[in-house]
Design a protein around this ligand. Structure first.
Ligand code: GLU
Length: 573
């Protein structure tokens, strides 16, 4: 307790603002129910000084959460860094104005196409909101996986799958195609979702469609940690029903071919399906719901078990194989995460065991998926190890970032192993060290000469990464030997510098397969530090770094994040 207190203290006292700020920088929100007592008490404190006894009393009832927040023990320990990285991606994607709004009903056609929001919630309830995350919109097809989950709870998988399949269809979402045994392909295409609505409706003969929709809304509310009101849009529902010709055709086909569960009324089934599409939520709420799925059905911010884990497992599997309309296969290939999109422009994505996020942008691609939403997902997995197969043991990820708690201390550990091994002449570690030095020197030599301040930077970078200094003579000897490779001249010209630099790239590309991610990263990082040692990063330096990243098999997206982080640090100075 003392330690926690001291981490927010100067001269033995602290105040409510400092404690609040500490909570906020760990990613926890002031509306977080797990911290309600602390937040309430802090609000009462005003700007009065808080001593140790008051602090202990204040945070006592929620000590576990406070301790995890203060000691960076939440799902993503370095929250501020992660926050800025996501902001970078959010901004990168914003200019994309491709695609167009769904136009089959006025409310979607007339929605502001410029809206762009991204919300994140981790399995520990750390939350982020960027842009239009408070705008209510109909959830449309995002309702489908939850209806499936709800049906699983009510009726069990055996009953459901007598009527609905689990195969990706590869067909447009509203296609009339069925599996050879006449079941709809899966619960995420319209036919399967309509049948799923039929299953739910058939189990509640005494409730009308609107009453059952209310049950579903209550489920959404618990799933999203009750952070906002789940609404229902009568206007959307009426338009949906007036234009639901294809959905009617599907419903009749289902009835005619296979028969409906318990002979449920066809109109009730369709009304429930359409009403669930007309539920309205915000992106922020959807992100918390996604996080609940990521967390095995337990809502991160209320701690309530909303869905059994077994149900979540099945739901995620269906989302993974069929959540993104007939683009689900490519999406799984590229992004590799369970997701569900809706034609109002929402995409809900689950990073199992880590976080959920939701995006909102109404312009859709040809499949019906939000263009910016999909672009965001792509950029995200290009930079972070979130694709389900990014964590194959022993494999290379292109040095993507892993913000998970379990990975947080890894870099430090790997570096200490490298340092220790270099000291004893380990072959691999020495190679990494040598390549790192070559790389730093050649980046400087590329313009023909190496300046005094560049030598200083190389020497400091070396000392920081290797944990021990190198002598000036040793460094000069190394530089001379690099120079002598440039045609044996004392001061090579620019052209020769370039030639040596291309040679370096060739060496890196050749050595790449024998380097692990950590080794590759150390090399790029050293070059990076040298390139921006003058406090800025010019276009030609970017080009050089990009070439080094490419030669090392490091994702350029990761490099871009590093550059953005560097520029951010400059601004903060
Ligand atoms: N209400 C829409 C329909 O059934 C849902 C479309 C969607 O989001 O895929 O046509």
């Amino acid at each position: 307790m003392r330690m926690l207190f001291e981490s927010v203290t100067t001269n033995g006292v602290t105040d409510a603002d400092r404690i609040m700020e500490r909570i906020a920088t760990s990613g926890l929100d002031r509306t977080d129910l797990r911290l309600r007592t602390t937040i309430e008490r802090l609000a009462e404190c005003g700007d009065r000084p808080i001593d140790f006894e008051t602090f202990a009393e204040l945070v006592g009832p929620e000590l576990r959460m406070i301790s995890r927040s203060f000691q960076r023990q939440l799902a993503i320990p370095d929250w501020e860094e992660f926050y800025s990285d996501i902001q970078t991606i959010y901004r990168n994607v914003a200019p994309d104005r491709g695609g167009k709004n769904a136009d089959y009903i006025p409310i979607l056609r007339d929605a502001n196409p410029e809206r762009w929001g991204v919300a994140v919630c981790t399995v520990d309830g750390q939350r982020m909101r960027l842009g239009d995350v408070d705008v209510y919109h109909s959830i449309q097809s995002v309702s489908k996986p939850l209806n499936y989950a709800h049906a699983l709870v009510l009726e069990g998988a055996d009953f459901i799958h007598r009527f609905v399949g689990t195969e990706p269809s590869g067909r447009p979402f509203n296609a009339l195609d069925m599996l050879p045994d006449m079941r709809p392909f899966n619960p995420c295409v319209n036919a399967g979702a309509i049948m799923t609505a039929g299953i739910i409706a058939s189990g509640s003969p005494d409730q009308d469609a609107r009453e059952i929709t209310q049950d579903v809304m209550n489920l959404w509310s618990r799933l999203s940690g009750k952070i906002g009101e789940v609404r229902y849009s009568e206007e959307t529902m009426l338009s949906e029903r007036a234009t639901a010709h294809t959905n009617f055709a599907i419903a009749y086909l289902l009835q005619g071919r296979k028969g409906l569960p318990r002979d449920v009324d066809l109109h009730k089934m369709l009304d429930l399906y359409l009403a669930c599409c007309s539920i309205e939520m915000t992106t922020e709420m959807l992100a918390v719901a996604a996080a609940t799925l990521a967390n095995g059905g337990v809502c991160p911010i209320t701690g309530e078990e909303v869905l059994p884990t077994e149900v979540v497992k099945k739901t995620l599997a269906v989302m993974q194989s069929a959540g993104m309309y007939d683009n689900a296969g490519s999406f799984t290939l590229e992004v590799g995460l369970p997701a569900k999109s809706g034609v109002a422009g929402a995409v809900l994505v689950v990073v199992p065991n880590l976080m959920g996020f939701a995006t909102f942008s109404p312009r859709l691609d040809d499949y019906g998926n939000s263009v910016r939403g999909v672009a965001f997902c792509r950029e995200l997995v290009d930079r972070f190890t979130f694709h389900i197969y990014d964590n194959l043991s022993g494999g290379h990820t292109g040095c993507k970032r892993d913000p998970r708690a379990s990975q947080h201390d890894r870099k430090e550990r790997d570096l200490s192993e490298l340092r220790w091994a270099v000291a004893y002449g380990d072959r691999y570690a020495t190679k990494v060290r040598d390549l790192m030095l070559d790389c730093m020197i050649d980046v400087c030599l590329a313009d023909g000469e190496i300046k005094e301040d560049e030598i200083t930077t190389i020497s400091t970078t070396y000392a920081e990464i290797m944990g021990q200094p190198t002598s000036r003579q040793e460094l000069e000897r190394w530089i001379d030997s690099r120079r002598s490779k440039n045609d044996g001249r004392e001061s090579p010209n620019e052209e020769q510098g370039e030639a040596a630099y291309s040679q370096l790239l060739a060496v890196l590309a050749r050595e790449r397969s024998s380097l692990d991610d950590n080794g590759r990263e150390v090399i790029l990082e050293s070059a990076f530090r040298v390139a921006c040692s003058d406090g800025s990063i010019e276009e030609e330096e970017r080009v050089k770094l990009r070439a080094i990243a490419r030669a090392l098999g490091i994702s350029e997206g990761v490099l871009e994040l590093e550059i953005a982080r560097f520029q951010r640090r400059l601004l903060q100075r």
